[in-house]
Design a protein around this ligand. Structure first.
Ligand code: HGY
Ligand code: MN
Ligand code: MN
Length: 416
């Protein structure tokens, strides 16, 4: 079916305004955001989003993981809804657009349909998935993972942040623990708009990324135990330095990732050193290895090589280690029908586009297991994200939201 009309476009000024209204909640220290999941700021952002949705005539439901579902009714209440959304939680030094663009573009689609008096057969549900980032409570995409049946609800509730606070308790504390069981909703499709968080689209001067695949990810949390002792009086040969062990593992992770270029990445972003005193040799280091590849075999090979390398390093240094996998999903292939709807929309709207593999993980990666799913990407300046300097242009936001709009409305079927 052809698109609902060549000239269907969202209101970019209104979208830009709500994005920057949301950015006022949980401001960072350098112009970005620190609205980490289940903090008071997250709660405040949720209330604002709920108010906007209700003002747009939507009813808002919340499930037991706190995920928010704002529904615009369709003409056929029995028709499976079309879901559109992303996440409102941010990194501690996050940008204003990561996740937020996808949720608020869903709201903008509904506002535009309301303005134009357009009705669709299928309901449209705008979604805010809880804890996509996984920075405060590992793993990432936690709520969408429970929804897709990858994680058990109680296991998710027992996840703890670095202060030992429990996910389930924090969700209760901010007042966003809903009654709706998680995962019962059936979807006709799920669409997610997200900034690329990489440099390809901007470097090639392309407006739209048609996301065909998502790379796989593993998070390995490593605990290295040595022996605390005096940095001044302990002879070098007698030291069991957990911090040095961690440093050697950092180098190992980088070398393994470099062996599989260009389709592999690896780094260590989370580090805790104990006791973290200037004149004590670290007795313990806890850190998380993040490795990714679009190719499952490569990812598994990197995992095995790194585990082997850690054992060799620790044995040679007489320090012990434990490795716990705290996050994982295999490479994802998105639904061809949904991907084609996005590609057709970009062509119809006259936006330049190219197929792309998502380097970052997204809620869509899990929802793809339970419903036809695809993603749209727009460029970001210097490909920068997970940095307060994250930036996009209003034109890029408009292009992404217009394409999302056409894909969603085409799938939801306009009723003349
Ligand atoms: O880690 C990720 O890829 C996502 O940004 N949470
Ligand atoms: Mn994101
Ligand atoms: Mn992110």
């Amino acid at each position: 079916m052809a698109a609902p009309g060549e000239n269907l476009r969202i209101n970019a000024d209104r979208l830009w305004e709500v994005i920057h209204e949301m950015a006022k909640i949980g401001p960072g220290v350098a112009g970005g955001n620190n609205r980490q999941t289940l903090t008071d700021e997250d709660g405040e952002g949720r209330h604002l989003f709920k108010r906007w949705c209700e003002e747009a005539g939507m009813s808002v439901a919340v499930d037991q993981m706190g995920t928010m579902f704002a529904m615009r009714p369709g003409t056929d209440p029995d028709a499976l809804p079309v879901y559109v959304g992303s996440h409102l939680d941010t990194q501690p030094t996050g940008g204003r657009y990561d996740g937020v663009l996808g949720v608020l573009s869903g709201l903008e689609i509904v506002r535009t349909l309301n303005d134009l008096g357009i009705r669709t057969k299928h309901p449209i549900v705008v979604t805010n998935w809880t804890n996509e980032e996984g920075t405060r409570f590992a793993p990432a995409m936690l709520a969408s993972g429970v929804f897709a049946g990858v994680h058990e609800l109680e296991w998710a509730y027992d996840r703890r942040d670095k202060e030992g606070k429990r996910f389930g308790d924090e969700l209760q504390r901010i007042g966003w623990k809903g009654d709706e069981p998680v995962g019962g909703r059936k979807m006709k499709a799920f669409f997610e708009l997200h900034i690329e968080q990489g440099p390809i689209l901007e470097d090639e001067g392309i407006d739209i990324g048609v996301v065909t695949h998502g790379q796989g990810l593993k998070w390995l949390q490593v605990t290295i135990t040595g022996k605390e002792s005096h940095t001044g009086s302990t002879p070098m040969p007698k030291r069991r330095n957990a911090g040095l062990g961690m440093a050697r593992v950092m180098e190992l992770v980088h070398e393994v990732a470099m062996d599989y270029q260009p389709n592999a990445v690896g780094a260590i972003g989370h580090v805790e050193i104990h006791p973290n005193s200037r004149n004590i040799i670290p007795g313990k280091a806890v850190f998380t290895i993040d490795i990714r590849s679009p190719d499952k075999k490569t990812l598994d090979t990197m995992d095995a090589r790194i585990r082997e390398g850690i054992a060799t390093i620790c044995e040679a240094m007489d320090i012990s280690h434990e490795v716990e996998q705290v996050g994982h999903f295999d490479p994802v292939t998105f639904d061809e029908g949904c991907v084609n709807a996005i590609r057709r929309a970009a062509e119809r709207l006259g936006y330049s586009h190219r197929d792309i593999v998502s380097g970052a993980g997204h809620d869509a990666c899990w929802i793809n297991r339970v419903a036809p799913t695809a993603m749209v990407m727009c460029p970001c300046v210097d490909g920068l994200s997970h940095n307060e300097a994250e930036e996009i242009s209003k034109e890029w936001a408009q292009a992404g939201a217009d394409v999302l709009f056409h894909a969603v409305v085409e799938t939801a079927e306009i009723v003349e």
